[in-house]
Design a protein around this ligand. Structure first.
Ligand SMILES: NC(=O)c1ccc[n+]([C@@H]2O[C@H](COP(=O)([O-])OP(=O)(O)OC[C@H]3O[C@@H](n4cnc5c(N)ncnc54)[C@H](O)[C@@H]3O)[C@@H](O)[C@H]2O)c1
Length: 329
């Protein structure tokens, strides 16, 4: 029997490639559709790579038809908060126009099932912790606004009966495949854990720590780190949910635990065997003191719960990956 194909836009990227591995294990054929803007050819191992731009609806449609895709997992996006303020056109074009082109291609093929990579950035700086799905969505940066716009698009299409969608709002994705086959390789890197590992291993300068006077136990920001393999598992659960549920569904994906920057640095220093060199500086505009999820709805309705909850195990998988040379392109 042939495996059911799933189109994975952004399948050559960090989260998308880990999901492709999980899809393969679960008996699907993951078809990575990616323009390799930030993704890597070496990360596509569990199915074909179809090079293309998500804004090219005709090309997406051709690929959907060629593989008779049964669902779409949509990761392709530009996702750097700082860059989004400098290049709003590009961010709206890829993240919103891309979502529209993709929806059009799905409609042309009569395809309804969609899983969308959203983000906790849609919430902005909420006052109440933990963050529930019903919290006001008031993003504070261009990136968050583009992801929220895509959420509105997909929810409106679902309300009109055109698609069924699960929107997964990831908190801070981290870690790497525990078999060591793939991992995080962003260029430029903006995420705390890989930056701290690079600093500890001498592959980058000292880490800039923005703000040590927040109203948190150790004065540094709290974030909810979620292992990329746990995220991958949630996507499989989302596909299962779409077999029986129509409409639009949104879930937070986090552990529900706020981990401080200093706790991350301590874990990296311990596991790397060297302290992370740090430059302490003032707060950075737009950084919320704390952001952590309520994963209760995902547990209740998606049947998903993070397996990795201690920061050392997450950091450990990332360090193993970063110690190895990057695979050849
Ligand atoms: N990494 C995180 O912590 C995090 C947190 C919340 C949400 N997200 C979301 O998850 C998704 C994946 O994030 P990631 O960290 O894996 O990013 P990534 O940059 O590693 O992956 C994005 C992939 O999309 C591809 N892509 C970009 N523009 C494209 C286009 N126009 N057409 C086709 N492909 C295109 C890139 O080449 C890349 O392979 C994004 O939608 C992001 O907004 C990530």
């Amino acid at each position: 029997m042939t495996k059911p194909a799933v189109l994975v836009t952004g399948g050559a990227g960090y989260v998308g490639s880990h999901v492709c591995k999980a899809l393969d294990r679960a008996g699907f054929l993951p078809v990575a559709y990616d323009n390799l803007a930030t993704g890597h050819r070496w990360a596509v191992k569990w199915g074909p790579l179809e090079e293309g731009d998500v804004r090219d609806g005709y090309r997406v449609e051709t690929v959907l038809r060629r593989y008779r895709a049964t669902a779409v997992l949509h990761f392709a996006a530009l996702s750097l908060v700082g860059a989004s303020a400098k290049q709003p056109f590009d961010y709206y074009d890829v993240n919103v126009n891309g979502a529209l082109s993709l929806s059009h291609a799905m409609r042309q093929c009569g395809l309804r099932k969609l899983v969308f990579s959203s983000t906790c950035a849609v919430y902005g700086m909420p006052e109440r912790m933990p963050i529930e799905e019903e919290a006001p969505r008031l993003p504070v940066n261009v990136y968050g606004r583009t992801k929220l716009a895509a959420e509105h698009l997909f929810a409106d299409l679902a309300a009109a009966g055109e698609i069924d969608v699960v929107m997964l709002r990831y908190f801070n994705a981290c870690g790497a495949d525990r078999d060591g086959e793939i991992g995080e390789a962003h260029e430029p890197e903006s995420h705390l854990i890989p930056l701290a590992i690079q600093a500890a291993l001498g592959a980058g300068g000292p880490l800039s720590l923005f703000g040590t006077d927040y109203p948190t136990p150790d004065g540094t920001c709290l974030r909810d780190y979620i292992h990329v393999e746990d995220l991958a598992e949630a996507h499989l659960k989302a596909l299962t949910l779409l077999e029986t549920k129509s409409g639009a569904h949104a879930f937070n994906l986090g552990t529900g635990i706020g981990v401080s920057v200093r706790e991350v640095l301590a874990a990296v220093g311990k596991l790397a065997g060297k302290p992370v060199p740090v430059n302490e500086g003032p707060r950075r505009e737009g950084d919320a003191p704390q952001l952590y999820a309520s994963p209760a709805k995902a547990e209740r309705e998606l049947g998903w719960r993070a397996q990795a909850t201690d920061i050392e195990s997450m950091v450990g998988s990332a360090i193993n990956w970063h110690r190895k040379p990057l695979p050849a392109a």
